[in-house]
Design a protein around this ligand. Structure first.
Ligand SMILES: *Cc1c(COP(=O)(O)O)cnc(C)c1O
Length: 239
């Protein structure tokens, strides 16, 4: 990276942090309650390292192969690592012991398989349940109407600990277009919290990306996943 690249990255991180602080304040909340996850996909190990040197405390990776390559290069040293992408069942084993949180448990079956794999590795894996909040046919995720049953079933399994919910709402075409999805997520989050399932801690509500994390925070998100606002456009976005 050039010195200019480093300075830009540093400034971007500061700006995102300031935007989070302002959104938290506006919502009457403390900025320290909001966890910033840098979505690092398509950014190489060096860029991830520089982001961590400049204040990023959590990296979120989308693809297992990419994560393993960067992991071997010590890209994530000094930060926590989350998995935030589509997870194929045959790849679960590669994440064990490497990621502190799998944010994208998109079905009961995936949760069951993580439970099995975690037991083999003698760990307890923290997870978020990914909700298909827009009920989109093209998207994975637990349907809102099936959430309670899924929590009730998964919370009984060893090796897995539900720590909250995550969502990727439909692409919004107007500013504020996702507010009603974020609001429904908050409602689901509160509903599950109030049911007080054993072995379930509703600690994290992960929603909001570069274009809409302020709206997400206004609706109760305490974890936001930000890529382009930190790292700039990804190669396929500039074509
Ligand atoms: C890429 C990605 C993000 C960040 O998206 P940006 O719009 O670049 O901020 C957040 N969550 C997931 C699951 C992602 O894949």
């Amino acid at each position: 990276m050039t010195e200019l690249d480093v300075q830009t990255l540093k400034q971007n991180i500061q700006q995102v942090q300031e935007r989070i602080d302002a959104a938290a304040k506006k919502a009457g909340r403390s900025a320290s309650d909001i966890h910033l996850v840098a979505a690092t996909k398509m950014n190489d190990a060096e860029r991830v390292r520089v982001a961590i040197e400049n204040g990023i405390q959590i990296a979120g990776e989308n693809r297992v192969q990419e994560l393993l390559e960067k992991y071997d290069l010590h890209a994530y040293d000094g930060a926590s690592l989350h998995f935030i992408g589509t997870l194929q069942s045959n790849k679960i084993k590669y994440l064990m012991g490497k990621v502190s949180l799998i944010q994208s448990v998109s079905s009961e079956r995936l949760g069951q398989l993580i439970s099995k794999e975690a037991q083999k590795h003698e760990i307890c894996q923290d997870v978020l349940l990914e909700i298909n909040i827009g009920n989109e046919a093209s998207k994975s995720g637990i349907e809102p109407q099936n959430l309670e049953q899924t929590v009730a079933n998964l919370c009984k399994l060893p090796g897995i600990h539900i720590r909250g919910l995550m969502a990727i709402p439909p692409i919004a075409h107007v500013s504020g277009g996702n507010l009603h999805y974020f609001d429904r997520m908050r409602q689901l989050f509160i509903d599950i919290s109030q049911k007080k399932y054993d072995n379930v801690s509703m600690d994290y509500l992960s929603m909001g990306m570069s274009g809409d994390f302020e709206d997400a925070i206004s609706c109760g998100a305490n974890m936001v996943r930000v890529g382009t606002a930190i790292f700039g456009l990804r190669p396929y976005m500039t074509k």
